[in-house]
Design a protein around this ligand. Structure first.
Ligand SMILES: [Zn+2]
Ligand SMILES: [Zn+2]
Length: 119
């Protein structure tokens, strides 16, 4: 008879890189959109990324400053309207593993644990 086995705590770590529809760099601060904006890097804060209906993406904090002065996309001059997508940057480690691969790996680990417990 095997002992009852309860998973009390699992820590999941994953990392991924976004592919933005049109531009990969922020026009305002010139940093890659997968990195934080210049001003946020100085503050050690992660940036989120916003995309407009025109398909161009920028750091949210950079866009917020721009939108105070202009209602138009700085790249294509179309009227700026936010797409309801907010890219939250979640890069916890340097691995390039995809999210699906990571989940598969975790399931495999759990299987191993099960086998161990059932012995
Ligand atoms: Zn920026
Ligand atoms: Zn645009």
């Amino acid at each position: 008879m095997s002992n009852p086995f309860i998973v009390k705590n699992i820590n999941l770590f994953c990392s991924y890189i976004y592919n933005f529809p049109t531009n990969q760099d922020c026009t305002f601060c010139r940093f890659h959109l997968n990195e934080s904006s210049l001003s946020n890097q100085e503050k050690c804060v992660d940036s989120t990324v916003v995309t407009g209906f025109c398909g161009h993406s920028f750091h949210n904090d950079c866009m917020k400053l721009w939108i105070k002065q202009s209602n138009f996309c700085p790249l294509c001059s179309e009227k700026w309207e936010y797409l309801p997508i907010n890219y939250e940057k979640t890069i916890l480690d340097e691995s390039t593993q995809s999210y699906d691969d990571k989940i598969k790996e975790i399931k495999l680990e759990l299987k191993k644990l099960e086998i161990h417990v059932n012995k």
